[in-house]
Design a protein around this ligand. Structure first.
Ligand code: LMR
Length: 395
């Protein structure tokens, strides 16, 4: 059975972490995976999470099964967080389930789309998160790309995006990043969201919004502005959320898949299809991460603590964007990197070529995804000089 197997290359993002861990250079820097680090290079458990976990330990009375949808309180709270006081909630047109991380939400969304339209196509931005194509292909969808990032001018190719999405079929799905576009850091502005929403309504394609970084761009509500606008405009839509980054719950694997239907009755049918989709995949989601998030969001005091900790993370990354650009100038780099300060979230492309990326790894133990995507969240005052000097050298 196994003798026909061919070895596969390591994951372009997770494989870097393995290499980084094995590197003994004390100056090494991991700008690969999107993981928040503080000024000391640690990824601490948030204080609000610690407090919620303690409450959970004190209050939990059973480890019995919940169900395929996960905890109802988590599902309610995360829906409110993503959509605010939106009329799709008041109209009872949305159904949310907890999922194993944002990736689990995407996979369930993919399988749900395949159930609706076997052989459906999903369009993803070029570029997009390295795992999107694999997740949707594994769910049985055909994956195609639409233009998004203008590599030459380091900005959005919005005209290209609009032109491509005008051509998609009403039976297709279109994946859009809610905020903090991974990997480019280039987000749609409110006017552009409006245009995309109108186009979705006109063409009839299904928007699938991936919101993995709510709160890392401008703020919790600001980062959800675009998807709320879409929900104002279209009848049907899918939202895939993640609590990995904004609650720092990476390994707990907690996310959410929300589906909006045309009516409350349609939403009930959607839900009845979602549950067996989960059942045949992993039966039901893990409970611990959901319990932490619902405990925080159900407590005004813990929510306030979380808001403050999230703001600290967001502000620190914003500060590192500016610091890196300043340091590159200080080290004599003449190429303009100021675009980094105009982008949002954890990532930007440096815009260097694959050989330069390789040299950074081999000569300086600086780990960057092959596309030249860097995670700004791993830059700190104590490594930025070394990083800027190393980049200057390969340039
Ligand atoms: C990333 O893009 O680095 C993160 O979303 C982590 C991952 O799972 O790839």
């Amino acid at each position: 059975m196994f003798s026909e197997l061919e070895p596969r290359p390591a994951d372009p993002i997770l494989g870097l972490t393995v290499k980084f861990k094995a590197d003994s250079n004390p100056q090494k820097i991991d700008l690969g995976a999107g993981i928040y680090k503080d000024d000391q290079g640690n990824t601490p458990v948030l204080e609000c999470v610690k407090a919620a976990e303690q409450l959970r330990v004190d209050r939990e009375t059973s480890k019995t099964y919940i169900n395929s949808a996960g905890s109802p309180l988590f599902n309610e709270k995360i829906t409110d967080l993503m959509l605010g006081e939106h009329r799709v909630i008041a109209d009872n047109r949305i159904r949310t389930i907890s999922t194993p991380g944002g990736t689990g939400a995407l996979r369930i969304a993919g399988e749900f789309i395949r159930t609706c339209k076997p052989g459906a196509t999903i369009w993803v931005s070029n570029p997009t998160w390295a795992n999107h194509q694999g997740v949707f292909a594994a769910a049985g969808l055909t994956v195609k790309t639409y233009p998004y990032y203008d590599y030459d001018n380091k900005c959005l190719d919005f005209d290209g995006m609009l032109a491509a999405l005008r051509q998609v079929s009403a039976d297709d799905a279109v994946l859009i990043h809610a905020c903090c576009h991974n990997p480019s850091g280039m987000d749609l502005d409110p006017q552009q969201w409006q245009q995309i929403a109108e186009l979705a309504a006109e063409v009839g394609f299904l928007p699938v919004v991936d919101m993995a970084y709510q709160g890392f761009g401008e703020g919790l509500d600001e980062d959800a502005r675009g998807l709320r606008l879409l929900a104002d405009t279209v009848d049907e839509m899918i939202i895939c959320g993640s609590c990995s980054k904004n609650f720092g719950l990476y390994r707990e694997r907690i996310g959410a898949c929300s589906i909006i239907g045309k009516s409350a009755e349609a939403a009930d049918i959607i839900y009845s299809v979602l549950l067996p989709t989960v059942r045949v995949n992993y039966s039901m989601p893990p409970a611990h991460g959901a319990a932490i998030v619902e405990t925080i969001l159900d407590s005004p005091e813990l929510t306030a603590r979380w808001h403050a900790e999230l703001k600290d993370m967001r502000d620190r990354i914003g500060g590192m964007r500016q610091l890196l650009v300043d340091k590159l100038v200080e080290k004599g780099v003449t190429r303009d990197f100021s675009f980094i300060t105009r982008q949002k979230g954890m990532f930007s492309f440096l815009g260097i070529d694959p050989e330069q990326v390789q040299r950074l790894q081999e000569e300086s133990s600086i780990y960057i995804v092959g596309s030249s995507r860097i995670s700004l969240a791993a830059i700190a005052p104590n490594n930025v000089d070394y990083l800027a000097e190393s980049i200057a050298r390969v340039l």
